[in-house]
Design a protein around this ligand. Structure first.
Ligand SMILES: [Zn+2]
Length: 216
């Protein structure tokens, strides 16, 4: 392991761990976070630092470009969906936050791919989850430059992820019952600003439409 990591662990063990030993030992018995967060793997976007929270506070699910795939029942490997299932059905979190961010490499790769890159690589395939967001942005002629389009797609993809969350039956039923709230926000790492992008809760229009759909 890198010296930087080993030295950091030494400081943690002697400092933070000792100062918080009782609480950390109690946490070792059981976790009960009230918030699950889907965030990017990007090394510059660290939810624990950004929201100044302690171990046990948020259940963080990190993937490339903080995407939520739509619900499906095919027998592939679904890391993000499995983590969501655990957070919602076992931990019974009260909020799911999807955290987008500026200068996202995954979104840039998606927007720069004009269709000529058809590699069988994992990133290209994974980023297709955000293809509807890309289409929406490209259809909007207010965005003239690639940089503007990337910026818009980072936020639009977060909204689409929120909608994809509603395709999971155990999420939808809790949102409709008012027991779970879905929130999308965006962190601009260029200036440190956090903005709300979207929200789905029991009273919002999209929830009503899902509710009437599910009872049809
Ligand atoms: Zn990213």
């Amino acid at each position: 392991m890198q010296d930087k990591l080993l030295e950091g662990y030494g400081r943690f063990r002697k400092g933070y761990y000792q100062r918080n030993r009782a609480r950390l030992e109690q946490l070792a018995q059981k976790q009960a976070p009230e918030v699950a967060m889907v965030s990017c793997c990007d090394s510059r976007v660290d939810p624990s630092i950004l929201f100044d929270v302690e171990p046990g506070d948020i259940f963080v699910i990190r993937n490339v470009a903080n995407l939520v795939p739509p619900f499906e029942t095919k027998g592939d490997y679904h890391g993000t969906s499995a983590a969501l299932e655990f957070a919602v059905t076992c931990l019974q979190v009260k909020q799911i936050v999807v955290l987008g961010h500026a200068n996202c490499g995954g979104i840039r790769a998606l927007m720069e791919n004009d269709g000529s890159i058809k590699s069988a690589g994992f990133i290209n395939s994974w980023m297709q989850i955000a293809a509807p967001a890309k289409e929406k942005v490209l259809a909007n002629h207010d965005y003239n430059t690639l940089e503007q389009q990337i910026d818009a797609c980072e936020k639009t993809a977060v909204s689409y992820s929120l909608r994809n969350l509603m395709s999971y039956p155990w999420i939808r039923e809790r949102v409709v019952a008012g027991r779970l709230k879905l929130i999308a926000c965006y962190y601009d790492l260029r200036c440190g600003e956090l903005v709300d992008v979207d929200e789905i809760n029991a009273t919002s229009a999209i929830c009503d439409s899902y509710s009437s759909h599910s009872t049809r």
